[in-house]
Design a protein around this ligand. Structure first.
Ligand code: GLN
Length: 537
């Protein structure tokens, strides 16, 4: 048995309390004390991964270096910890069942009835310990998706109960995140829902060790004592988690509440050094004391749900801090933009970003937005589909290919300037079959991309099936749109730029997935810098 420590984070009372942020904040503090930590998420739904989910269902799909399509909380883990996650960091019920059922067909359980307990719970436990057994980490934080009491969460809670029984008491602990609702009429925080939610955990045989209580007002000593008494934890183990101005304030708030110390003492680990949060604080100071302000429009079709563009929004926060600039991100619905109204919808912006996406809806508005940015010389950044639409717009309005399109939207166009990648054409199934994860890219020395990265060899993460059609490369290059980044192995176009424009760049990859607090992404940093210059001009 390895000597890794396991922390489980469950949620009660309501969903959306921010288990991901609490997990990431605790991990950050433990990391800052010198421990190697990773976070994994177990999601109770039956999809194998969120790659086939509409963003309206589940927010953004985050992509890891090794090409896993994952829950957006993994983005928070990476942004906080500055350490990449992988396939193993996100597990769903679908994946667990698929594995067990495949084994059943192979005959691994011959003669036996295959059941939730022990077969499903054994597989959950195996996966819960997998990263711990890699020898790379001292502490594994596992966030359990959903809320205690959900039917589909039961096998996970049962697996945690069994692990608590199997491992040494000091090697495994449970943190339960709850809500203390505030009743304005009586002006008090109510503890009963927390008590009930802990009771529900106890019914499944799991006693939480620490309670992190979300609240809109400070929790009095008396209330903490009451929660501790009725929930069977020490008073130090009742942690106040007030609403914070930004998610990046949460680690410092948890430090103040000594969540890290409480956890370390429960796991019988030494506190080592005081947490080194200097670079984090430096980021917060820059973020909160901007010298500039820019307005950037994010043109996309999922704008009703900002979670759909989570990593992009966070990348702007990192890049803004780096530039000491407040980036006011305005979500603009692509379906509402036309050539005629673009001036009114976009005229006040210092930069325009056209978002990733799939399918036909909102494409015309994206084309209009790009036409406006190109002609009015507004800094423009297109990501994935945003890059592809920039190629379509240029094809139609500069090269005169009136029907230029992507074969994703119009399979019959005479000018398929964006076409399906050759090795995608034989693929018929949808799940996990796109070009996913990190691929190399080589930058042209005379490009703006090179100026941003300050090197020629980069790798970036991908999630797409379509690509710039090389047959049209000459038409584009001789008319002012150049390919400034290519994949060295397949020669696929990764970046396009318009030279005769202050900043017009489209990237086939997703730079937003790699931006972290400590390493803001160079292209976002450059884009914000260009937006500042534009707003000053
Ligand atoms: N729909 C496009 C493709 O599959 C773009 C994907 C994206 O924006 N992530 O290539």
């Amino acid at each position: 048995m390895n000597n890794c420590k396991y922390i489980f984070v469950t949620g009660g009372v309501t969903s959306s309390l921010g288990k991901g942020i609490i997990s990431a904040s605790l991990a950050k503090l433990l990391q800052a004390r010198g421990y190697s930590v990773t976070i994994q998420k177990f999601d109770p739904y039956i999809n194998i991964d969120p790659g086939t989910l509409n963003p309206y269902e589940h927010g953004e799909c985050f992509v890891t270096e090794d090409g896993a399509e994952t829950d957006l909380d993994l983005g928070h883990y990476e942004r906080f910890l500055n350490v990449p996650t992988s396939q193993a960091n996100n597990v769903t019920t679908g994946r667990i069942y698929q594995y067990v059922m495949d084994k059943e067909r192979e005959g691994a359980f011959l003669g036996k009835t295959v059941q939730v307990i022990p077969h499903i719970t054994d597989e959950i436990k195996r996966r819960m310990k997998l990263l711990g057994e890699s020898g790379k980490y001292e502490i594994i934080i596992t966030e359990l998706g959903g809320t205690v009491g959900d039917i589909e969460a039961l096998p996970y809670i049962e697996a945690v109960r069994q692990l608590k029984w199997e491992l040494k008491p000091e090697d495994v602990m449970v943190i339960h995140l709850t809500l203390l609702p505030y009743l304005s009429t009586s002006q008090e925080l109510k503890t009963k829902p927390t008590q009930h939610s802990v009771k529900m955990l106890l019914e499944s045989g799991v006693q939480p060790d620490v309670l992190v209580c979300r609240a809109e007002h400070p929790i009095s000593k008396e209330a903490k004592r009451k929660i501790a008494l009725f929930c069977n934890v020490t008073q130090n183990s009742v942690i106040e988690a007030l609403d914070m101005p930004t998610i990046y304030d949460v680690p410092m708030a948890m430090l103040k509440e000594k969540l890290d110390k409480t956890v370390l003492s429960r796991l019988k680990l030494s506190a080592k050094n005081d947490p080194d949060m200097d670079s984090w604080l430096n980021f917060l100071t820059r973020h909160k004391n901007p010298k500039h302000e820019v307005k950037i429009g994010l043109v996309g079709k999922y704008v009703e749900l900002p979670d759909a563009y989570k990593s992009i929004a966070e990348a702007f926060i990192h890049a803004g801090a780096k530039n000491e600039c407040k980036v006011k991100l305005e979500y603009i619905h692509s379906e509402l933009i036309t050539d005629e109204n673009a001036k009114y919808k976009l005229g006040h912006l210092d930069g325009i970003l056209v978002a990733p996406g799939f399918g036909d809806r909102g494409i015309d508005g994206k084309i209009s937005a790009i036409k406006y940015a190109r002609e009015k010389k507004v800094p423009f950044f297109g990501i994935c589909l945003g890059m592809q639409v920039a190629v379509i717009e240029f094809g139609r309005n500069v090269l005169g290919f009136k029907d230029a399109h992507s074969t994703e939207m119009n399979a019959k166009t005479k000018h398929p300037v964006i076409d399906m990648m050759p090795d995608q054409k034989k693929i018929t199934t949808k799940g996990g079959t796109m070009r996913l994860g990190a691929y190399a890219c080589e930058l042209a020395k005379d490009s703006k991309a090179y100026k941003a990265y300050e090197k020629t060899k980069i790798t970036e993460r991908h999630r797409h099936r379509y690509e710039f059609n090389g047959k049209f490369q000459k038409d584009y290059e001789s008319n002012g749109m150049s390919i400034t980044g290519i994949n060295p192995d397949t020669k696929l176009a990764e970046i396009v730029e318009i030279k005769d424009h202050p900043f017009f760049m489209g990237v086939q990859f997703h730079p937003e997935y790699k931006s972290t607090v400590l390493n803001p992404h160079p292209l976002f940093v450059k884009f914000v810098k260009e937006a500042i210059a534009y707003s000053n001009s």
